[in-house]
Design a binder for this molecule. Structure first.
Ligand SMILES: Cc1cc2nc3c(=O)[nH]c(=O)nc-3n(C[C@H](O)[C@H](O)[C@H](O)COP(=O)(O)OP(=O)(O)OC[C@H]3O[C@@H](n4cnc5c(N)ncnc54)[C@H](O)[C@@H]3O)c2cc1C
Length: 397
């Protein structure tokens, strides 16, 4: 079980109305939403809460990096739900609405960023262009050769492991269970082919109405086992953590090239500068994207490239020491958008996965949508664009 949540685990029940596979930020958010609404919830994880990507990424809640259309609409909805969670919780999960700054290095980048920001603004996202003195006033240590930037005041940050811990407590407070050490290995079916139970390494749990696939980067494998395969693949990322340095920047600062690396295909892998501070005073430096399976050994060339790009953005970082680096796996679909909702090949399965580098940010809207589907309520969040049906016949990479 992870350090974030302590050693406690619940026993596997004989049955549960809703069995959620995966105790990351998504499974736990869904679990808390459903438990609060009175559903009988059991979250199972082969390791424990926040054992997967939710403890090996960062905690940015971003709308700035979303493309206009359903992607941005869903992010705006989710960020507004984060905002409504309340001060008492915010203090426990290091929630900070610190704003994001997207930096264009060249005239060409500036034109592309301005065009994107204009389209985002038309969809309701607040974005302010900053150039010259105005930009240096906001970010005094930013390299002076950059062309300009857009400031997105609504971008925020949390500590994802603390958020998972708070969600686990909420699930238990409302009578739900969170079972560690229970890997789902097989599904049992009734005569009509309907899914009746999951067989885990801790025993069998009968499924009342729904199974939620919240297995993150492993959701592709789990979906196969549930009889409704979806193409979710691990997209590896590195994060470097510096020694505590005080305040280099108070915002999340990233270069506009990051947007291309998030949304485009990248057979060769890509690196772009993402720089931010944490409540502990350390800096987190990212970001890389590669399809190398679940390879856990960090790549020195990728780590060097991340450091070099961060220094190009903030030259003052050159003398700062790195404390450590780590890798994590983003759950990626072919179009980089999540897979949410029912699957007609397995009617009791609901997918809640494929959030790529945005699962923390998109967790509240995901949970709301899944809870509505489980409880048969009119959907409060539109997830039509994220149906599994769009991938009919596509395999994971
Ligand atoms: C470097 C990096 C930086 C990132 N930065 C951000 C960011 O700033 N903001 C943001 O929003 N997102 C970010 N992300 C993405 C974010 O971390 C993920 O989108 C999110 O954590 C996915 O959450 P999840 O709950 O779906 O998956 P996970 O947290 O991986 O949880 C899935 C769980 O399922 C369990 N599991 C899998 N298979 C089984 C099985 N068969 N039986 C039982 N249990 C199983 C696993 O043990 C795991 O605990 C980043 C990711 C990386 C790698």
């Amino acid at each position: 079980m992870s350090a974030a949540t302590g050693p406690r685990t619940d026993d596997l029940p004989a049955s549960a109305q809703v069995v959620i596979v995966g105790a990351g930020i998504i499974g736990c958010f869904v679990g808390a939403e459903l438990a609060r609404a009175g559903a009988e919830v059991c979250v199972v994880d082969r390791a424990g809460p926040a054992a997967g990507s939710s403890s090996s990424g960062e905690g940015n809640l971003l709308a700035s990096d979303k493309l206009p259309g359903p992607d941005l609409a869903f992010a705006l909805e989710s960020l507004s739900r984060w905002r409504r969670l309340g001060e008492e919780l915010f203090a426990r999960i290091e929630y900070r609405e610190k704003g994001g700054l997207v930096v264009a290095r060249t005239e060409q980048d500036w034109q592309a960023l301005s065009e994107l920001a204009e389209r985002q603004r038309r969809q309701g996202l607040e974005a302010r262009p900053l150039e010259g003195e105005e930009l240096w006033a906001l970010e005094p240590l930013l390299d002076r050769s950059v062309r300009g930037a857009y400031f997105y005041p609504g971008d925020a940050q949390v500590q994802p492991m603390l958020a998972v811990r708070a969600l686990v407590a909420a699930i238990r407070r409302h009578g739900g269970r969170v079972v560690a050490g229970a890997e789902v290995r097989a599904a049992e079916r009734g005569r009509g082919g309907e899914l009746t139970a999951l067989l885990t390494t801790r025993g069998r749990v009968a499924v009342g109405t729904h199974v939620v696939n919240a297995a993150g980067a492993w959701a592709g494998a789990l979906s196969g086992l549930l009889g409704c395969p979806i193409p979710v693949s691990p997209r590896r990322g590195h994060v470097l953590v510096t020694e505590p340095v005080g305040s280099v920047t108070e915002h999340k600062v990233y270069e506009s090239g990051y947007l291309g690396s998030v949304h485009d295909g990248d057979g060769e892998g890509s690196v772009s500068a993402v720089v931010e501070s944490t409540a502990a005073g350390t800096m987190l430096l990212g970001s890389s994207r590669e399809f190398v399976g679940f390879e856990r050994s960090p790549s020195l060339p990728v780590m060097r490239a991340i450091a070099a790009r961060a220094i190009a953005l903030f030259p003052g970082l050159a003398g700062v020491r790195l404390m450590r680096g780590y890798v994590g796996f983003r759950p990626a679909t072919p179009d980089r958008l999540p897979v949410l909702g029912a699957d007609e090949r397995a009617p009791s399965v609901l997918h809640a996965t494929g959030h790529e580098g945005a699962g923390v940010g998109l967790a509240p809207a995901t949970a709301a949508a899944i809870a509505d589907l489980v409880l048969g309520r009119a959907p409060g969040v539109d997830v039509g664009a994220f149906s599994a049906a769009r991938f009919a016949g596509q395999a994971a990479r």
